[in-house]
Write a protein that binds this ligand. Structure first.
Ligand SMILES: [Zn+2]
Ligand SMILES: [Zn+2]
Length: 297
C-alpha cells in the first residue's frame, strides 16, 4: 500500500507563529509577506491566548486564524495550539482549565489541536498520554532550539516513549516564530491537499496526510505488511524508528541516499514504525507513524 505519494499536490505550511499582538516582533502583514516570499502556501497565526488575526488570503498564502493556550502543571507547562478554531474560543478557555478542556474547545470550534514543543515544556509521557483529541504533536519546534532557547527543539524521543505506551500521534514541525533573528521559515509540513483553502487544509491535517521537515523530502513511502520502503531526496541517513528499543538494520548511512527499506522481523510485534531523514546539512524530515496492524496490505 502507498502510505505517502509525493507526486500529488503538496502545500507547504507553518502552523505556529506569534506577531506583535502577543510576544512576536513582526506585525501580521510583515509575517505574511516573509512566509509568502519563502514559498509557503499556508500559515497559521497563533498568538498567545487570543485569535489576533482573522482567516484571510494574502496573495497566494492562505492565512488561518489560530491561538496558543498555555497551562502550568506540576513540574511542567503545557502549550496547546489551535489551528482554525472559530471566534470565541479564547473566551471559552480559562487559564485554570485543564489542557484537555482547551483541546475540546478547539475541536468544538472546528479547529485542529496540536501539542506544542513537548520537550521544551518538559512534558512527561504520562501527561501527554492522558490527552485525547489531538490532531498532531510538534516533533520539532524551531524556536525551542539554538540560539533562542536551550537545545530542546526536537521532541522525537519523548513522542516515541508516548507511542510505545499506546499514544501514537502524528507529527508536525513548526517554527513557533517570534521573529527574533532567523526563527522564521525554517520548519514546516508538506501537506497533500488539492485545494489551498482553510477547510481543505484542516481536513488533510486530520487525515494525517503530511510529513514534517526542515528541507529533506519524502518522495514515496510504501508498506506491504512486512516491509516499509522509502524513496527520498538525497540524504546522509535514513533511520527507522518504532516502539521497540532494538531492531536489526534500522539505520542506513552514507552519501546521497535516496532509498531505504526496513523489513519487520517476524515475531517482533511492532506497534508502529516511522522514518526520519538527515541531509548533508544536518536538516531533518520526519514521517508520520504507520501502524502495521491497521495498514491494509
Ligand atoms: Zn508555546
Ligand atoms: Zn508559540
Amino acid at each position: 500500500m502507498i502510505i505517502w505519494d509525493g507526486s500529488r499536490r503538496l502545500l507547504k505550511g507553518n502552523l505556529h507563529l506569534h506577531t506583535t499582538f502577543s510576544d512576536g516582533r513582526a506585525a501580521p502583514e510583515d509575517a505574511m509577506e516573509m512566509y509568502y516570499q519563502a514559498g509557503y502556501d499556508f500559515l497559521a497565526i497563533t498568538d498567545h491566548r487570543k485569535v489576533s488575526v482573522k482567516s484571510t488570503k494574502y496573495k497566494s498564502l492562505t492565512v488561518i486564524q489560530g491561538i496558543e493556550f498555555d497551562f502550568n502543571l506540576p513540574g511542567q507547562v503545557m502549550h496547546i495550539v489551535g489551528v482554525g478554531p472559530k471566534e470565541g474560543v479564547a473566551e471559552a478557555v480559562e487559564r485554570f482549565f485543564s489542557p484537555q478542556r482547551a483541546i475540546d474547545e478547539i475541536n468544538k470550534a472546528g479547529g485542529c489541536a496540536i501539542l506544542a514543543h513537548p520537550a521544551w515544556s518538559m512534558n512527561t509521557p504520562a501527561v501527554i498520554s492522558s490527552l485525547c483529541g489531538l490532531t498532531a504533536a510538534e516533533i520539532y519546534n524551531t524556536v525551542s532550539g539554538l540560539p533562542w532557547n536551550a537545545d530542546r527543539a526536537d521532541s522525537s524521543s519523548i513522542l516515541d516513549v508516548c507511542g510505545a505506551n499506546g499514544t501514537i500521534l502524528n507529527f508536525v514541525a513548526s517554527d513557533d516564530a517570534h521573529f527574533y533573528n532567523g526563527d522564521q521559515c525554517q520548519s514546516y509540513i508538506m501537506l497533500a491537499c488539492e485545494e489551498n483553502d482553510e477547510e481543505s487544509i484542516k481536513a488533510a491535517l486530520r487525515k494525517g496526510d503530511f510529513y514534517a521537515t526542515q528541507g529533506p523530502k519524502f518522495e514515496k513511502i510504501e508498506f506491504d505488511g512486512e516491509t516499509m520502503r522509502v524513496w527520498t531526496s538525497p540524504a546522509n541517513a535514513i533511520v527507522f524508528f518504532s516502539d521497540l528499543p532494538w531492531m536489526a538494520g534500522r539505520s542506513k548511512c552514507g552519501e546521497g541516499l535516496t532509498y531505504a527499506e526496513m523489513k519487520i522481523q517476524p515475531g517482533l510485534r511492532m506497534r508502529y514504525m516511522r522514518v526520519m531523514l538527515i541531509d548533508e546539512n544536518g536538516r531533518r524530515a520526519w514521517s508520520n507513524p504507520i501502524i502495521p496492524e491497521e495498514t491494509p496490505k
